[in-house]
Design a protein around this ligand. Structure first.
Ligand SMILES: NC(=O)c1ccc[n+]([C@@H]2O[C@H](COP(=O)([O-])OP(=O)(O)OC[C@H]3O[C@@H](n4cnc5c(N)ncnc54)[C@H](OP(=O)(O)O)[C@@H]3O)[C@@H](O)[C@H]2O)c1
Length: 347
C-alpha cells in the first residue's frame, strides 16, 4: 500500500509547472521505487488565482489554465483561500513546495511561507535562493525542532546535487574555497554574443526559455550570482553571508565589441563566482573576467554551469552541469521531495 503524500505548491510559473509535469512523469517511479502516491491539494499564484481541492487537483488541467493565462480558482472545490498563507493553513499538506520569485534583499515573503509550513509540520522545499541566504539558520533550526526537512537543492545549479552531496556524501570535509560559473542567463547571453547575437536578443531568448529571473536585472547586475555565492558560503562554509557584502559586478558593461575582441585573442568573457576562506578571512566576489583556454571555465557555454570546490581532504572537486533547462530545476525539487519523504519513515 503506497503512502499518500499531500502537497501544496506556492508558485506555478516556469518552475512550478515543470515540477507538476515531472510529478506526473515520475508517478511510476514514485509509486514503485518509493511507495509514494502524490496528491497536489493546493496551488497558489499571485495573479492567476489559488486552487484548493482536498481530493487532489487535476495537474494537467491546472497547467492548461496557466498556459492559457486564465485563473486557477475555478478548480477549487472549496471557497478559494484568500492568499498563500491561507492556502498553507487550509491545505493540510505534508509537503510544501515553494517557487515564488526571489527577493534578493529580504527573502520575503517566501521565508514567512516556509516558516508557516514548518510550524504546521510540513517538510518544506524551495527553489528560491532568498530564504537560503536570509533565513538558513532560522529555517534549519525550526525544521530540526519539528523533525521536518528544509531542502533547497534547486536554489544553486538547478537540479545538480550540490547541497545534498555535501550533506550526505562528504562527512567531515571542510570547504576552503570554490570558483565557478553559476548564472545560466549571463553565461547564455555571453555565449550568444560570441555568435554575433545582440545583448537584447540574447536576453530575450533567455527569457523565452524560462531561465531568466522575472526581473532580468537581477541576472545582469550579478545579484543572482551573488545570492548563490552567499548561499554556498552560508550553508557549506558555515558563515552567514549577506549578498550585499559580496564584491559584485555584472555583465552590463560587456559590449559586443569587447566580446569579439576577446574572441580574436583566443579568450572569452565569463561571469566568475568565487569565495575563499584564508586565515579566518573570507573573500567572496562576482565579476566578469576575460579567460583563456587554460581556465577550466573556458568551455562552460550556454546555460551550463560549473563549480570547483577545494576542501581540506579532497583537493579540487569539479562539477559541470551541461545545458540545464527548467526540467533540471524541477528535478532538484523532486529529489528533495523523495529524500524528505523517505526521511520520515522509520529506518
Ligand atoms: N527559472 C529557473 O530556471 C530557476 C532555476 C532555479 C531556481 N529558480 C527560482 O525558482 C523561483 C521561481 O522561478 P520561476 O522561473 O518559476 O518564476 P516565475 O515563472 O516568475 O513564477 C513565479 C510564480 O510565483 C507566483 N507568485 C508570485 N508571488 C507569489 C506569492 N506571494 N504567493 C504565491 N505565488 C506567488 C507567480 O504567480 P503569477 O504568475 O500569478 O504572478 C508565479 O506563478 C524563483 O525564486 C527563482 O529564483 C528558477
Amino acid at each position: 500500500m503506497n503512502e499518500e503524500v499531500r502537497i501544496a505548491m506556492l508558485g506555478f510559473g516556469n518552475v512550478g509547472r515543470a515540477l507538476a509535469k515531472l510529478l506526473q512523469l515520475k508517478e511510476y517511479e514514485l509509486a514503485n521505487q518509493y511507495g509514494i502516491s502524490c496528491k497536489v491539494v493546493g496551488i497558489a499564484t499571485k495573479r492567476h488565482g489559488i486552487a484548493l481541492d482536498q481530493g487532489g487537483l487535476d495537474l494537467e488541467w491546472a497547467i492548461n489554465i496557466l498556459d492559457e493565462n486564465k485563473n486557477l480558482s475555478d478548480l477549487s472545490t472549496h471557497p478559494s483561500p484568500l492568499n498563500s498563507s491561507n492556502l498553507i493553513d487550509q491545505s493540510n499538506a505534508h509537503v510544501l513546495f515553494e517557487s515564488t520569485p526571489v527577493d534578493y534583499e529580504t527573502g520575503q515573503p517566501a521565508v514567512g511561507y516556509l516558516q508557516q509550513g514548518l510550524d504546521l509540520g510540513m517538510d518544506v522545499i524551495t527553489a528560491n535562493k532568498g530564504p537560503v541566504v536570509h533565513a538558513y539558520h532560522e529555517l534549519s533550526s525550526l525544521a530540526k525542532s519539528k523533525g521536518r526537512k528544509f531542502y533547497f537543492e534547486s536554489a544553486v545549479m538547478d537540479g545538480t546535487p550540490i547541497f545534498s552531496m555535501w550533506r550526505e556524501t562528504l562527512p567531515g570535509a571542510v570547504l576552503n574555497s570554490f570558483r565557478g560559473v553559476l548564472n545560466s542567463t549571463t553565461n547564455l547571453i555571453l555565449t550568444l554574443m560570441e555568435q554575433n547575437t545582440s545583448f537584447a536578443e540574447a536576453l530575450s531568448h533567455a527569457q523565452s526559455i524560462g531561465i531568466a529571473e522575472a526581473d532580468p536585472s537581477g541576472d545582469i547586475d550579478g545579484w543572482d550570482a551573488a545570492v548563490k555565492v552567499a548561499a554556498l558560503v552560508t550553508v557549506l562554509m558555515g558563515e552567514p553571508l549577506n549578498p550585499a557584502e559580496i564584491d559584485r559586478r555584472g555583465i552590463g558593461k560587456i559590449s559586443a565589441q569587447m566580446v569579439s575582441e576577446s574572441r580574436r585573442g583566443g579568450k572569452r568573457w565569463k561571469l566568475i563566482c568565487e569565495a575563499e576562506r584564508k586565515n579566518d578571512h573570507l573573500h567572496a566576489a562576482v565579476y566578469p573576467k576575460e579567460i583563456d583556454s587554460s581556465d577550466p571555465l573556458y568551455n562552460v557555454m550556454g546555460t551550463s554551469s560549473s563549480i570547483t570546490f577545494k576542501s581540506d581532504v579532497l583537493g579540487a572537486l569539479s562539477i559541470i552541469e551541461e545545458n540545464p533547462g527548467i526540467e533540471t530545476t524541477a528535478y532538484g525539487m523532486l529529489a528533495d521531495f523523495i529524500n524528505a519523504v523517505r526521511s520520515r519513515r522509520p529506518s
